[in-house]
Design a protein around this ligand. Structure first.
Ligand code: ADP
Length: 465
């Protein structure tokens, strides 16, 4: 079985979110299971040839090796990709994203012939590679080299669709007959993701719950109709976690390594984190953490709106994130108000992220929707209890401690209301006071296994299909 994995970002080369974690880990897990896999992504300005020992194939393509025999190909074009951001900058999306990802998609297909790699399946991810199935089934379909290749599109977040104005359509070189409600058209705009949904042979999302949710008006982001039409080919596979990167036993970025056998050493991390953040070094203060994009999706507002109430208990909070300017300002004001209780890092910083997963007691993920979510899985491994909203991948991985005393592994609120959120917050505060009950939960969660093993098997089943 041969697979080309297409992603607009991937660890360790470029990352803005969970897609990069998947693209960095899944190909390696597939290779271990005997799949011949190559990866293709854009060569952003931040990916330096000397850092990864990149070799040049031609003016448009660089490559390097990962795993045993996986080639990662980088589609290069200084005009399009030699910029600091992946999709945009502070002012918003890059205005030429249509051209950038059209170029990436076409060059990815051209690459296959250049390297004479004829995959059984091209596995596309999100809107940035959604034009690949479209071109494959139109421009490339008559060429025998391409005609048998099948496609799988994985949707990591339905809210990001790649929308462009209609006047740019001629640039895509596609027939106008495809610009309709059953094609790439979406309320008179071009919708890349919709093109992928329509033209891919199979579609998946990153949890079973999210696969169902996106067929409803509430979570479908306007695409629920087309997803309902294609529901027979739509399934959900939960992401795995790369324990090579996320394991407190081997983690070089945390203050003190610890294993399930000595969870006690977690508290050294807590005290050091408190120290580094300028918080009181107090083991009894329940320390909450948040790492994520500061976007409405992630529920940062339900945290900031309730912070005053939360600080009435003996708790502390550390937040790491970047995103909407609005939340930067709200959080900055709150951090000035509570300098000894609230530490704030408004940036993307992998080292601090590791320290937060290791040093906090509770990991907050009040996402309004969450296709899969990695934070809760990382926190399990680091003996940090998640507190989350019951949605998508969070609903599929977290078992509420109130509902199931023997299997409970976190706190889940079921209605998106401050009262419900604070109800779970209070439960967490009181459970933490019961040291032996708390330790029991920690011992249970560190044993949970969300490695790629099972999920890679499920992807292979899809490829075979
Ligand atoms: P999403 O892909 O929607 O952003 P996920 O939970 O699937 O959310 O994945 C987010 C990943 O990015 C996690 O590995 C998280 O630790 C990391 N991350 C998010 N924001 C930051 C940040 N500001 N600094 C470091 N890591 C971050």
């Amino acid at each position: 079985m041969k697979v080309l994995f297409c992603s607009s970002e991937g660890v360790p080369f470029a990352k803005t979110g969970g897609l990069a974690d998947v693209a960095g880990a899944l190909p390696l897990a597939l290779e271990k299971k005997g799949i011949e896999v190559n990866v293709c992504m854009p060569k952003y300005g931040t990916i330096k040839e000397q850092d990864y020992n990149l070799k040049k194939l031609d003016d448009n393509v660089y490559y390097c090796k990962i795993g045993k025999k996986i080639n990662v190909y980088f589609i290069a074009n200084d005009n399009y990709f030699n910029r600091p951001g992946l999709y945009g900058d502070k002012t918003g999306d890059y205005p030429d994203n249509l051209d950038r990802f059209m170029f990436y998609s076409k060059e990815t297909l051209n690459l296959l012939k250049k390297i004479n790699f004829k995959p059984d399946v091209i596995h596309c991810n999100d809107w940035q590679s959604s034009l690949i199935p479209v071109y494959l089934k139109t421009h490339y379909s008559k060429d025998p080299f391409y005609s048998k290749i099948k496609t799988l599109l994985t949707i990591h977040n339905l809210a990001y669709q790649g929308l462009f104005s209609k006047d740019q359509y001629p640039r895509l070189g596609l027939d106008w007959s495809l610009f309709n409600i059953d094609g790439l058209e979406f309320y008179d705009k071009i919708n890349f993701l919709k093109g992928g949904i329509v033209f891919s042979d199979l579609i998946s999302t990153v949890s079973a719950a999210y696969a169902k949710e996106i067929q409803t008006k509430e979570f479908g982001c306007g695409l629920e109709g087309i997803l309902l039409k294609r529901k027979k080919v739509l399934s959900g596979i939960i992401n795995g976690l790369d324990y090579g990167l996320w394991d407190p036993e081997t983690d070089n970025l945390i203050f003190k390594r610890y294993s399930p056998k000595n969870i006690e050493d977690k508290y050294i991390n807590k005290l050091r984190l408190q120290g580094e953040c300028g918080l009181a070094q107090n083991r009894n203060a329940l320390l909450f953490g948040f790492v994520g994009r500061l976007a409405e999706q992630k529920g940062i507002d339900i945290i900031s709106n309730n912070l005053d109430k939360m600080f009435k208990s003996n708790i502390q909070m550390v937040i790491l994130g970047t995103g909407d300017q609005k939340y930067h300002e709200i959080l900055e004001n709150l951090s000035k108000k509570y300098p000894d209780k609230f530490a704030l890092f408004l940036k993307f910083d992998n080292t601090i992220a590791h320290k937060i997963y290791a040093g906090t007691d509770i990991f907050l993920m009040p996402s309004r929707y969450e296709p899969c979510g990695l934070g809760q899985m990382i926190s399990f491994k680091y003996a940090t209890v998640p507190l989350a909203f019951k949605t998508g991948g969070l609903a599929d991985t977290i078992v509420d401690l109130d509902k199931n005393k023997t299997k409970g592994n976190g706190f889940l609120f079921e209605k998106y209301e401050a009262k419900e959120f604070m109800g779970k917050f209070n439960k967490a505060v009181s459970l933490y006071k019961n040291k032996s009950a708390w330790q029991k939960v920690l011992k249970r969660i560190v044993k949970l296994d969300f490695s790629w093993e099972e999920s890679a098997k499920k992807y292979i089943q899809l490829y075979k299909k």
